[in-house]
Design a binder for this molecule. Sequence first.
Ligand SMILES: Cc1cc2nc3c(=O)[nH]c(=O)nc-3n(C[C@H](O)[C@H](O)[C@H](O)COP(=O)(O)OP(=O)(O)OC[C@H]3O[C@@H](n4cnc5c(N)ncnc54)[C@H](O)[C@@H]3O)c2cc1C
Length: 384
Amino acid sequence: MNYDIVIAGCGFTGTVIAFKSAMEGKRVLIVEKRNHIAGNMYDYIDEAGICVQKYGPHSFHTNNEEVYEFITQIGDWYEYILRARVMIDGKYTPSPFNFKTIDQYYPAPKAEILKQALVEYYNSAKKVTVVELLESDNELIREYANFLFEKDYRPYTAKQWGIAPEELDISILKRVPVRLDYTDGYFDDKYQLMPEGGFTSFFEKMLSNPLIDIRLNCDVLDLVEIDGNNIIFENELLNVPFVYTGPLDELFRYKYGKLPYRSLKFDMQIHNVDSYQETSGVAYPMAEGYTRITEYKKIPVQDIKGKTTIAVEYPVTYGTEEGKEPYYPILTENSKEMYKRYCELASKVNRLYVCGRLGDFKYYNMDDAVLRALEVYEDIRKTY
Ligand SMILES: Cc1cc2nc3c(=O)[nH]c(=O)nc-3n(C[C@H](O)[C@H](O)[C@H](O)COP(=O)(O)OP(=O)(O)OC[C@H]3O[C@@H](n4cnc5c(N)ncnc54)[C@H](O)[C@@H]3O)c2cc1C
């Protein structure tokens, strides 16, 4: 073995570990099954000359100083405040909903009473969850909550997770915020950023160290076998750390069954107009089949006239012809139990480090993925 570490997956997690290892003089091999680097952050210029993101819209946001320091030491970033909208009854309203939403859908006198009631009831809090609104004992607040629930959360969530609206467990909305002022912005994080030149270019910088070799179009499962406590790599016992950022059930050849995911299909379309919709991301809860449309020339802002590229986003079943990518883990008692059993197997394998959104079977924002990678790297470092 000519390498000091082998990493499966060239997304944020694998790339951060590769970068850190190479900085300390380690020889790194990355094995990536796709034909490109950058994982789900991969972007490219399409036929309309617009930078688009193949696996859905990504903008970076974090409150974590360590993550901020890490990413800004590698490349240049600029501030990008993501604003998003929801289309309800033919009107764009802010996402998360804010007081403008109330002004848009309520007659003025009633809107004033409702806004006042919200400020008083929640002691001037900046935001609450929709579940808290639904559980309020103030009738007017509950009426507003039901309006939002029926027009947006219920149809949107049912489509997103592929369940009938009646089956919807409202507890999955526990973290969805509703703003109690006029703040217009999707995230509240201190740092909201986009990389200068795009994500793929940022990844190229992270991977530019000559100590890093990358094998694209290569499924690590064709090279690796778990033999009891050992990892066999290309028919030889692997005696260096092996970082695996793919799905854990695949590594163990589905021994305990398949972990469930929700997938997405993106229908990319080029339109001969300057602008297609009000913001880069708009949710369409009432639309048939699709949940969201992203207009890429607005994320990042690109000065291109007469053309625009949109991606219409359809949630689909994972493991089907149209649902090839595992996007969102479906967390149920069963799936969590199955994942735990896989983790028990993984913990017995020497030099195996499982991480990333797939390895950890968790939804991670990019900053969570970076932080987790930095943590795992520290563990690996102790063994060098
Ligand atoms: C639609 C969507 C929008 C998102 N938007 C945002 C956003 O705006 N902001 C934000 O912070 N986060 C966002 N995220 C989350 C973000 O995508 C993740 O945080 C990020 O992908 C985590 O990086 P990762 O390296 O763990 O996983 P990935 O980026 O998925 O990388 C894993 C890599 O491993 C490779 N791999 C898997 N199996 C194998 C194998 N057997 N052999 C070789 N290679 C393998 C995969 O091909 C992939 O390239 C979004 C997620 C989705 C689904």
